[in-house]
Design a protein around this ligand. Structure first.
Ligand SMILES: [Zn+2]
Length: 168
């Protein structure tokens, strides 16, 4: 069986900056591998394209430019917000609104979006909504451990059930 659309793929990976000798950002090992319903649109398309067609035990190693990864860093994603929106009972939650803190907000369509507090002014908070990996060259390497057909139920839910997946 090969990696492809509607297959459940179990894999390990190491994500680094720059290239295969770059600083490690994230490592997923065989003890707690990543289990993914291939082709469900939640992964970077370039990530899936590089795994497509691999068999179990197959290795992968590829670089991602910001264009194929998390986009370029843009000043448009740095936004000044009224401090009052962080108020609870008339008081700004200072544990939450701290420089460097990640806060989950909602975009205009109501989807969750994470922003990092950059600067706090008297009545404004400046937040950076760029993805933390925006503007970075990235490198993925890893190994496919297992491939199986997705179950009907998994396909209709759009995610994996069981080990490494959703339990409900
Ligand atoms: Zn489900």
């Amino acid at each position: 069986m090969k990696v492809g659309k509607n297959k459940v793929v179990t894999l390990t990976y190491t994500l680094r900056f720059d290239d295969n000798e770059g600083e490690i950002i994230q490592q997923v090992n065989e003890e707690r591998p990543f289990v993914h319903l291939f082709g469900n649109g939640t992964l970077l398309p370039t990530f899936e394209a590089n795994l497509d067609g691999l068999e179990a035990e197959g290795n992968f190693s590829f670089g991602l430019t910001p264009k194929d990864g998390y986009g370029d860093f843009t000043d448009d994603a740095i936004i000044e917000l009224d401090k009052s929106i962080f108020e609870k009972d008339g008081k700004v939650d200072e544990e939450l609104v701290k420089i460097g803190n990640m806060i989950t907000m909602q975009d205009q369509e109501g989807r969750p979006i994470d922003g990092r507090v950059m600067e706090i002014k008297d009545d404004k908070v400046i937040m950076d909504f760029n993805h933390p990996l925006a503007g970075k060259d990235l490198h993925f390497s890893g190994k496919v451990l297992e491939i199986r057909e997705a179950l009907e139920e998994e396909l209709s839910h759009g995610h994996v059930h069981g080990e490494g997946g959703h339990h409900h």
